[in-house]
Design a protein around this ligand. Structure first.
Ligand code: FE
Ligand code: FE
Length: 268
């Protein structure tokens, strides 16, 4: 039997609430504040401890996920490896959701806690321009607190045609947080730009899955887009019930981490 992923027609109230709160509260100002709040990088933590910590977090936005996050990390990486993709992509499989470690420095009030996760998980969207109908639960678009701001509610909003995704602001979540961690000078690594691109935009489904936001694409985006598509197959289809023997795979990925990261810890 074929499994259907991302079926939102019959989801729990928790999933719906997560999307309603995100759609309502993720505004240009909110995102600016979150960038400021989460750019202190003042907590030193081992990479394996981050991955381990994610085990106590179940993503409330995900209709396909009932396992803790570490299983999803291993499953994604292992499937990428099985298909013969390069080491950097395998490593992205392992670490792509590490931004959810935000909950350690989070609180439910601003959607970054264990129970309220609306500024941490779920599909992202671009703030500062009109919300497209391709977002899931598009009926929530009208709740967005920026919707009546004439600076923001147009096709281009505050941006220029072809400005590049690097110059737009996405709703705050684990993608953007991990991107900022990995590009901080304290956290030296040799991940290629393709890897950082996947990490930063893997939750932007309206873009990579539904074809929205083309107006902002630069030549660079056109070049990197295919990696988002490639990665997404693994991010989705690894959410199966096959569990991974952690001990067996850990030493392999420890080697990979050593290859790409200067230290075995990150400042978050
Ligand atoms: Fe993710
Ligand atoms: Fe994921």
């Amino acid at each position: 039997m074929e499994t259907i992923f991302r079926d939102y027609s019959n989801v729990s109230d928790a999933v719906k609430e997560n999307y309603l709160l995100a759609r309502t509260n993720q505004t240009v100002d909110f995102v600016d504040n979150m960038i400021k709040k989460y750019s202190t990088f003042d907590m030193k933590i081992k990479i394996w401890d981050i991955l381990q910590h994610l085990n106590s977090l179940v993503d409330v936005s995900d209709p396909d996920m009932s396992h803790p996050n570490l299983y999803h990390a291993f499953q994604t990486a292992e499937m990428i490896k099985k298909d013969g993709h390069p080491e950097w992509l395998q490593l992205v499989g392992l670490i792509h959701d590490m931004g959810k470690i935000m909950y350690l420095k989070g609180s439910n009030e601003i959607g970054t806690g264990k129970n309220k996760q609306w500024a941490m998980v779920g599909d992202t969207f671009i703030v500062g321009c009109k919300l497209p109908d391709t977002l899931i639960f598009k009926e929530y678009n009208k709740e967005n607190l920026d919707k009546d701001n004439s600076k923001y509610n147009t096709y281009l909003g505050i941006y220029k045609e072809g400005c590049g995704l690097y110059n737009v602001k996405c709703s705050w979540g684990h993608d953007e947080y991990l991107y900022r961690i990995l590009t901080n000078s304290e956290n030296s690594n040799t991940l290629p730009e393709e890897a950082l691109y996947i990490i930063r935009y893997h939750s932007l489904y309206a873009y990579h899955d539904k074809g929205s936001y083309k107006q902002f694409m630069s030549e660079k985006d056109k070049e990197l887009f295919k990696y988002l598509k490639l990665f997404n197959q693994y991010d989705l289809y690894s959410k199966s019930d096959i569990l991974i023997d952690e001990k067996k795979v850990k030493s392999y990925y420890n080697n990979l981490l050593n290859k790409f990261f200067k230290n075995d810890y990150l400042y978050i």
